[in-house]
Design a protein around this ligand. Structure first.
Ligand code: SF4
Ligand code: SF4
Length: 253
């Protein structure tokens, strides 16, 4: 498939024309040419959709890599065995995990960029429109703005949880360059992606364990997965900070 693409910035209230669904001639084409990163919240939503433990989901459907820019563990969707780059969830009738599809599937054809202010840490978002040669959704699209698209696609919880990763990335880049390997890498991977395993592990922690790495011990309700993930990201940032803060020994967490 031809992957020529054109990005251009778009204001959040600027109108563009796009629609996607069984009516477009390229229906599912993009799901058969996969290069899909999964954010921590994507893993959680997909695992819950498939009623799987996050660890089982990761083993069955993902590949783990070192993030090229951050050195943090990152996860991509493992292509289906039937097709070289085919998403394991695409079927003739559409997406089999549609209600819990990843944030990037929802966001397309938009890209969302975040900038963090140095002085107060506030986040500013901006958008770009991606026009790819194979995508015919622009030809007979309905009028839409980025703001409407975010609402229509149910992106708000995805954006919120993805924004929580900014802290982890920023601590990592500030204190610890290069890939994170060994036990620390495994702990970060569990906290960010294998949240069911992390929850079990976290229950064995004490208040002192948490204080040691500078994390106030306010474990959320185990039943609220989103709160647990948010807390696990705070844990990951605190652990990285602790590891880089002069301790030469492995954190006890
Ligand atoms: S998860 Fe669904 S929408 Fe996303 S690439 Fe796979 S089939 Fe397509
Ligand atoms: S219109 Fe674009 S997003 Fe929709 S199926 Fe076709 S290539 Fe994918």
């Amino acid at each position: 498939m031809e992957r020529e693409s054109l990005f251009h910035s778009i204001a959040d209230n600027e109108v563009f024309y796009f629609s996607c669904g069984p009516q477009v001639p390229c229906y599912n084409a993009c799901c058969r040419d996969l290069n899909q990163f999964l954010a921590p919240y994507d893993v959680l939503r997909l695992a819950r959709h498939l009623e799987m433990h996050t660890g089982d989901f990761l083993a069955a459907y993902s590949l783990c890599h070192d993030g090229p820019q951050t050195g943090l563990p990152v996860v991509t969707l493992k292509p289906a065995e039937s097709g070289e780059k085919q998403c394991p969830f695409v079927a003739a009738e559409g997406c089999r995990v549609y209600e819990n599809r990843p944030g990037s599937c929802r966001m397309y054809p938009l890209a969302r960029m975040l900038r963090r202010a140095r002085n107060d840490g506030s986040l500013t978002e901006s958008y770009a429109l991606i026009r790819e040669a194979h995508c015919r959704g622009f030809e007979q699209g309905s009028p839409m703005t980025a703001r409407q698209w975010i609402a229509d696609q149910g992106l708000q919880p995805y954006n919120e949880l993805n924004d929580a990763m900014i802290d982890v990335i920023s601590v990592k880049q500030q204190y610890r360059p290069g890939p994170v390997k060994g036990v620390l890498g495994e702990k970060l991977f569990a906290a960010l992606y294998d949240i069911d395993a992390w929850k079990t592990d976290f229950r064995s922690r004490t208040v002192d364990d948490c204080r040691q790495i500078g994390l106030s011990f306010e474990a959320p309700e185990a039943a609220d997965d989103e709160e647990v993930l948010r807390f696990a990201m705070q844990y990951a940032a605190a652990l990285l900070r602790y590891e880089a803060g002069g301790s030469r020994q492995e954190a006890h967490m």
